[in-house]
Design a protein around this ligand. Structure first.
Ligand code: C6P
Length: 427
């Protein structure tokens, strides 16, 4: 017989959503120490997962264990601790390779996060291959991290940024994408899941269309990696970036995936220790990828923690996580849509994890502040997508973003809190 704490709770908190009770959310919540705490005298309801996700104890413990029992620099010492730390770091790389189904661990470069990964490609691939009047194609729903590095590149090289427009619902205009591509296009860089709208872009189709013209594609996977199974070989993307902290791992660690054929041909990003084969004052030669791109002492504990995070979510299963989150999102969307005075921003057919909303008479920051008094953490602002906000005629939205440890009860509580908030502002 299937046991489900969710289904068996007196509150009946699967809310009759078929299939949702397959997911043992209470057992999962017990893995996250912070979810047990209260804030402002209320149980914490953490709906700011797109900004950063909470960490399960296994991740916290793995970092703790590294510092308590094997702290040493990697790829340098001949001593025991150095060997242990190097093995653990390499092991983390292998776990991540498997997690995103990359072919080779040489394709996994540890970076600080998505932002650094995009900057790395702009400064290496971009500087090498993109020149005056060449074009880089992005979309109107990009995070600043996938806009500004390309603008800097354009300023330095005379290249041009082309932007694929979106519909009012927040869907990409694929017809326009097709028209924008030309022999001048040297790279397409597209967000998989929008952090501000939750739109899931048809990245496989985008990649295939660009590849037909021989154009490489980079995917910003900051929001997709925590919410769906990623298979870089199936996607056939050329570069893929994500941040560890959004994937239940530590801060300051992230991953750039790149096909070996591209990474091998790129110059280094930064110079320093551990990325060289030999150095003289006349000439330096470099190691192969990924070491060529990991100058200096890396974030060893971060990589180990991210490896533990990947193990953790893999045990649950990314497909199951995606399915449960789909139920949560639908439930929350339907409930919020019933609240008078609230407008949901971003109504694409394919969405994940995020509901952005506005209320005519209440600034999103006030919504966030009032909900915080109820122990509910959401984000309010432009979500580092100012051009998108401008396109939608907004300056900001309130954003609730979900993860697999959130519950239907929390959503009910959130909806009640939104209604109370509207009363406070006398709507
Ligand atoms: N979005 C949010 O609240 P970093 O900061 O490098 O880990 O991730 C940057 C980034 C890049 N792309 C997308 C789609 C993102 O969502 C983010 C981070 C957070 O939405 C912080 S602004």
């Amino acid at each position: 017989m299937k046991t489900s704490i969710l289904a068996s709770q007196e509150t009946g908190n699967t809310k009759g959503v078929p299939g949702a009770d397959d997911f043992d959310v209470q057992r999962i919540r017990a893995d996250f120490p912070i979810l047990q705490r209260s804030v402002r005298g209320k149980p914490l309801i953490y709906f700011d997962n797109a900004a950063t996700a909470q960490k399960p104890a296994v991740v916290i413990d793995s970092v703790d264990t590294y510092y308590r029992s094997m702290n040493a620099n990697i790829n340098r010492g001949v001593h025991y601790l150095g060997e242990q730390a190097t093995l653990a770091y390499d092991d983390a790389r292998e776990k991540i390779r498997e997690f995103i189904n990359a072919e080779d661990a040489r394709e996994i470069v540890f970076v600080r996060g998505t932002t650094e990964a995009v900057n790395l490609i702009a400064n290496t691939y971009g500087r090498k291959n993109i020149g005056k009047d060449d074009e880089i194609v992005i979309t109107a729903m990009e995070h600043h991290s996938n806009i500004v590095p390309w603008q800097l590149l354009c300023e330095a090289t005379g290249a041009k940024l082309r932007v694929v427009p979106i519909t009012d619902d927040g869907e990409l205009r694929l017809d326009e994408f097709e028209k924008i591509l030309s022999e001048r296009t040297k790279l397409v860089s597209v967000v998989y899941i929008s952090n501000a709208l939750g739109t899931v872009n048809a990245v496989k189709e985008i990649i295939d269309r660009a590849h037909r013209l021989g154009i490489p594609v980079m995917i910003d996977g900051a929001q997709s990696t925590p919410h769906c199974a990623i298979d870089v070989r199936r996607l056939d993307c050329d570069f893929y970036a994500f941040s560890g902290h959004k994937l239940f791992g530590p801060n300051g660690i992230g991953v750039l995936y790149g096909k070996v054929k591209f990474l091998d041909a790129l110059p280094p990003f930064q110079g320093g220790g551990d990325m060289i084969r030999s150095v003289t004052f006349e000439r330096t030669t470099y190691k192969d990828s990924p070491h060529k791109f990991e100058a200096g002492t890396p974030n060893i504990s971060g990589a180990i923690g991210l490896g533990a995070a990947v193990d953790y979510v893999s045990c649950i299963g990314m497909t199951r996580i995606a399915e449960y989150e789909r139920y949560l999102l639908k439930y929350a969307t339907d409930k919020l849509a019933e609240v008078d005075g609230i407008k949901i921003i971003g109504t694409a057919k394919e969405k994940a994890g995020v509901i952005s909303f506005v209320c005519d008479d209440v600034h999103p920051h006030d919504i966030g502040t009032v909900l915080d008094l109820d122990g509910i953490a959401i984000r309010a602002g432009h979500h580092c997508t100012q051009p998108l906000m401008e396109r939608l005629g907004l300056v900001a939205t309130a954003r609730a973003s979900f993860s697999f440890y959130n519950t239907f009860d929390e959503i009910d509580y959130f909806i009640d809190a939104v209604r109370r908030m509207l009363k406070v502002f006398k709507r």
